[in-house]
Each structure stands twice: as structure tokens, then as C-alpha cells.
Design a protein around this ligand. Structure first.
Ligand code: WT7
Length: 599
């Protein structure tokens, strides 16, 4: 039986909106631009990955990082700006492709000097500063596997990822290193911690045993690097993502992914030579790695990155000052901008914008309508996952948008709505959203976890996504909900198990059950139900203390914004927390089958 999608505040209703918005063709016409994908139907029909291989000049052995950077550094794009960086305090700088090549080469050499070899895991725990980008490229150039981690992670989240991946080296920042110190003892394979900012103009910060200064090591390293030739199936990066049970899973992606990165950036993001592109996602999430590093640079495109957090005025001013033309962001951010009001928008000149996309959670039609009003552009939704490695379902520039729909499958891929046996369901029926395995950027493994990897392929012939959806008669896909307990909060995937595990580490918490609760701004927020240990009483103070505990220990994006103290948590007879029941009660929905509930 399929779970219902009632949990979704914005789950598009099955009644499809018929109000027609201007097609991107019309908008392009006004801008006198031809979409890179002028005819979706035609492209879908005649698609060949082989043609993309030729277009990209992909002849193995090859290294994705040199395709994305060095190739341009030795072409007429040498002095083209690859990265515009703006710091949290408004400071800024830029890197040309040539500079990006040199910097990443030096980082590659630094790592080689420290004994890093092909296949070793090097994790990166940095704020969104230029060193984050040059490090990831440098790591890939020497054939090591990059593991970007979000800078809001706490010690617990770091330990899980570094331990599981057996990372040998971590690149971090003075402002974050303390979090590593707290768990380093538990990481036998972590040999070096490279610290950015430890020896800058302000003097030298004392380093611990095993720590080295990024600046000093880079200074010693040559700009000449022999880039490692890779097999297309060699690992490129690992990103951890959450499931319903167990610790986060290390999704492994390979150099072959570049085919998907390249062509989806061309056809979905519609990137062109003269574009200034801004992806607001952090490279600690897959959107920030694939469409904030690889995809746009494989296309030789100029990118903007902003170190700071969300701020409506600052965001608009970035668009204005850098002349951003293509913008990839998340529905939560758009809803926050919408909330900031029309007066704020009017203060900025946003005329440079020509194309806007979103990903991560349902894009509600009212946000699309708001976008039409304030930007004069239709926001294009895209759907994909950490595991798919690239956009799989999208709205294309040349195709009319149906507000609330995720769009249609990318050429060269097949998406379907299936039942539990793998039968395709007819248009209009809700079912499991599944993909035909075999596209280039499909994850190749879960690091060290064959068993959980196989769980994605239990229905013969299909990769199952964990989402439920339906398809209309014209082949547009409509998101319904998650088929599992995974929480999507502000576009970030959070596993209830991780939060529950962190909660019970608090001295006052005996048991915890965690659910996603619909929220008009964030899509969902995390709500925790907590049973206290003997001798502890519910109080406002304790509630705040527990929230802080999770923020610092696990991550600032994964703390429960709501806590409810209870006398007991509903569990199955085998002891599993019945999150579905917690959720049904929270939302006042039917409780469903309770036969497995413990007495
Ligand atoms: C899950 C994947 C790679 C994008 C960032 C999230 C949800 C993604 C949409 C969309 C509704 C969406 C799904 C999916 N999701 N895009 N357009 N509409 N839901 O990556 O952390 O791997 O999460 O995000 O539930 O399975 P992720």
C-alpha cells in the first residue's frame, strides 16, 4: 500500500492547474535567445549518450576536474572569470579559469606531499570560501575522492562521515577546527587536518599534532601538476545522505558523471557563454557540488558564490551587482523572498535575470505566480536526488510549464510510475516514482554498504526513488510525497533516525521519535516527541537546551524546531518507533492500521 502524501503542505493537488503561463520560448524570443534545447520531444526521441560523449570530447583516460577547469585555462577562456566570490562581510574576489587551474594544482601537490594517493578520501569542511572550490578540484585532479561537508555540521555528523569513509585527510578552517578536535580520537584513519586561515596576516595560530597550515603548505607547492588520468568508473566524490533507518549513506559518484553534468547544465540550466550563473546551494549538498562546481564549469561558465547565509536584501543585491542571468535556488528560499515583500524587490535592479530554476522540494504554484509578477520570469522546477547525480526530471526552456509539476524526464533517461511489482501504471495513478537504471551519473555504490545499495533495486528493472508521484496524460510528472519517513526541511534531507540518536545522547532524554511536520515556509520542520528520564521535568528551559544540544552536536539544519514531551512513544511490538502514527496524530489524520502497536 502506498503511504499518502498528506504530510506535504504544498503537495500539488491532483487537479492540475490549467492556467497557462508564457512559455520560455516566448520569454527567450523577447531576450532574443534560442534555448540550448529548442525541441524537447525531438531531443528525447533521438537521444544518444554517445553524441554527448563526442560533443564533450570525452576520450578516456580522463579526469573530470581537468575537463572542467584546465581545458578552459588553456583555451581562449583562460582569462574568463570562472568564480566570483562574495564573502559573508561583503568582501569579494574573482578567479579566472587560469587562476583556478593554478590554485587547484598547488592543492593537488600539497596533498601529494602529505602522502595522499589515488583513491584516498579527502574530506572538506569549509565555509563557502574560494578554498572550498579549489580544494575539491585539487583533490579530484590527483585522483583522490572528495567529500564535501556542510559547514553547519557538528562533531557527531562529522565523525559519522569521516569514520565511515575512512578519510585520510580533512581540509577545514580555523573557525571550524574545534569541532574536529572533539572527535579526532575516534578517527583512527584521519592522518592530517589541513587548516585554512591558521597562518594568515593576523599571526600564527598554534596547531595541534597532525594539523598543518593550508597557506604554508600551498606556498611550498608547485603550480605544475601532472593530473591523474582516471578510468571513467573511478570514484570522484562521496556525499552522505539520509535514509529512514541507520546512519547516513555515503553515495559514491564517478568521473563518468561528467556526461550528465555537462548536458543537463546545457539543456536544463540553459547555460550559455555569456551567462553569469548563481547556484545558491552549498557544495555540502549535491546541488552545490554538481551545479555549483562541475556542471557549469564543464560548460566554461562564470559562476557566483556567496559565503553568507540567506538574507533577502543581500541576495537581491548579488543579482544586481554581478548581473546574474541564470539562478538555481530552492523553493524555501523563494518563499522567504516572497515573505520579505514586494518593497524589497523594488529596491533592486534585477533585469539581468533571464532564467530561474528550483530544486529540492515541491515548488508551489503560488511561488511561480509570484515569480512571474516580480521577475517577469517563470520559475522552472527540477527534480533529482543525491543518488541520481544529476537532474532527472525537469521543466525545459522550450516547454510550457504546468505550475506544480516537476516536468518531464531528461533525454536519455526513463522515468515511470510503477506499482510494487514493477508494472507501469497508467497516467493519473499514484505510485512509486522509478527510473530505468543506467544513466551516466547514477550512483555506483554506497560506500561500504552493498546491502543498503541493493535496496534501491529490489523491484526488478527499476531504480526506486523513495518518492511517490503521478504522471499526467502529456507525460508531466507531479510529486506527491516521500514513500518513507525521510524529512525534507528547507530543501535538506534529514533522517529521523540520526536526530533520534543524537537526542537520546542528551542527559535528560530517555526516548525520542522524530517526524517532519508541514510548514508553510520550510516545507517541513523537524518535530521531536520526547520521553524524559526519571528525575527530569518538562520545561521551557529544557526544551531550549535540547534544541541547542542538537544544533551543536549534529547540525544547525537538523535540530527540532518543535519539541513535545510525552509519557510514552508509540512503538511496534518489535520496538520500532511508529513515526507514522506520531505524524497522523500530530496532523489529526486517521491512525490507520494499529495491529503492530505494542500494548
Ligand atoms: C529528494 C532528494 C538534488 C536536489 C536536492 C535534494 C525531494 C527533490 C524535488 C522537487 C519535490 C523534490 C525528493 C527527492 N525533491 N526535488 N522538484 N519536488 N521534491 O537532494 O537531499 O538527495 O533529496 O528531495 O523527495 O527524493 P536530496
Amino acid at each position: 500500500m502506498l503511504p499518502s502524501g498528506e504530510g506535504w503542505a504544498f503537495a500539488p493537488s491532483s487537479v492540475q492547474s490549467v492556467r497557462r503561463l508564457p512559455t520560455e520560448k516566448e520569454i527567450h524570443k523577447e531576450n532574443r535567445l534560442t534555448p540550448n534545447l529548442p525541441d524537447y520531444k525531438k531531443a528525447y526521441k533521438g537521444f544518444q549518450w554517445e553524441a554527448v560523449r563526442t560533443e564533450l570530447g570525452l576520450v578516456p583516460p580522463v579526469n573530470l576536474a581537468s575537463k572542467a577547469v584546465d581545458q578552459h585555462a588553456s583555451s581562449w577562456r583562460r582569462n574568463k572569470v570562472a568564480l566570483y566570490w562574495e564573502g559573508a562581510e561583503g568582501q569579494n574576489c574573482k578567479y579566472t579559469f587560469y587562476e583556478l587551474k593554478n590554485e587547484s594544482n598547488r592543492i593537488g601537490n600539497m596533498l601529494l606531499n602529505l602522502g595522499v594517493r589515488r583513491g584516498d578520501r579527502v574530506f572538506v569542511f569549509l565555509p563557502r570560501i574560494p578554498e572550498l572550490y579549489t580544494s575539491v578540484i585539487g583533490i579530484a585532479k590527483i585522483g583522490a575522492v572528495a567529500g564535501p561537508m556542510f559547514s553547519a555540521f557538528g562533531p557527531e555528523a562529522l565523525r559519522d562521515r569521516l569514520l565511515d569513509s575512512g578519510a585520510k585527510v580533512l581540509i577545514t578552517h580555523t573557525s571550524l577546527r574545534e569541532r574536529i578536535h572533539r572527535v579526532w580520537d575516534e578517527l583512527p584513519e584521519l592522518r592530517h587536518v589541513i587548516v585554512v586561515g591558521a597562518s594568515t596576516s593576523g599571526g600564527h595560530m598554534p596547531l595541534r599534532k597532525g594539523e598543518v597550515s593550508f597557506e604554508r603548505e600551498v606556498e611550498k607547492s608547485s603550480r605544475g601538476l601532472e593530473v591523474e588520468d582516471m578510468d571513467l568508473e573511478d570514484p570522484l566524490y562521496i556525499l552522505y545522505t539520509s535514509g529512514t533507518t541507520g546512519k547516513p549513506k555515503g553515495v559514491v559518484h564517478v568521473h563518468h558523471d561528467m556526461l550528465s553534468h555537462y548536458i543537463t547544465s546545457r539543456w536544463v540550466l540553459d547555460l550559455k557563454e555569456e551567462d553569469v550563473y548563481w547556484c545558491t546551494a552549498d557544495p555540502g549538498w549535491v546541488t552545490g557540488t554538481v551545479y555549483g562546481i562541475w556542471g557549469p564549469w564543464l560548460n566554461g561558465c562564470s559562476q557566483v558564490t556567496f559565503e553568507g547565509r540567506f538574507d533577502a536584501e543581500h541576495w537581491y543585491s548579488i543579482i544586481e551587482r554581478y548581473g546574474v542571468t541564470v539562478w538555481y535556488t530552492a523553493p524555501t528560499a523563494l518563499r522567504m523572498l516572497m515573505k520579505a515583500g514586494p518593497e524589497v524587490v523594488k529596491k533592486y535592479n534585477l533585469k539581468s535575470l533571464r532564467y530561474i530554476l528550483s530544486v529540492g522540494e515541491p515548488l508551489n504554484p503560488e511561488v511561480i505566480r509570484w515569480g512571474m509578477e516580480v521577475f517577469g520570469l517563470c520559475i522552472h522546477d527540477t527534480w533529482w536526488q543525491t543518488e541520481t547525480g544529476a537532474i532527472m526530471i525537469a521543466n525545459y526552456p522550450s516547454m510550457p510549464v504546468r505550475p506544480g509539476s516537476m516536468g518531464k524526464p531528461f533525454p536519455g533517461t526513463e522515468a515511470a510510475i510503477i506499482d510494487g511489482k514493477g508494472n507501469k501504471l497508467p497516467p493519473g495513478s499514484s505510485g512509486i516514482l522509478a527510473l530505468k537504471p543506467g544513466w551516466p551519473s547514477m550512483m555506483r555504490a554506497l560506500w561500504g554498504d552493498e546491502k543498503r545499495y541493493k535496496e534501491y533495486f529490489t523491484i526488478p528493472g527499476w531504480y526506486t526513488t523513495g518518492d511517490t508521484a503521478h504522471m499526467d496524460k502529456e507525460g508531466y510528472f507531479w510529486f506527491i510525497g516521500r514513500a518513507d519517513d525521510v524529512i525534507m526541511t528547507a530543501g535538506h534531507r534529514v533522517g529521523p533516525f540520526e536526530v533520534e540518536s543524537a537526542l537520546v545522547e542528551h542527559r535528560a532524554v530517555a526516548e525520542a521519535g522524530v517526524i517532519g511536520k508541514p510548514d508553510p515556509e520550510r516545507g517541513e520542520i523537524i518535530k521531536a516527541f520526547i520521553v524524559l528520564r526519571h528525575g527530569h521535568k518538562p520545561s521551557r528551559e529544557l526544551e531550549e537546551e535540547i534544541k541547542e544540544f542538537i544544533r551543536h552536536r549534529l547540525s544547525a539544519h537538523a535540530y527540532p524546531r518543535e519539541i513535545q514531551f510525552m509519557d510514552g512513544i508509540p512503538k511496534t511490538r518489535s520496538g520500532k518507533i511508529m513515526r507514522r502514527l506520531l505524524k497522523a496524530r500530530e496532523l489529526g489524520l486517521p491512525e490507520g492500521d494499529l495491529s503492530t502497536l505494542e500494548d
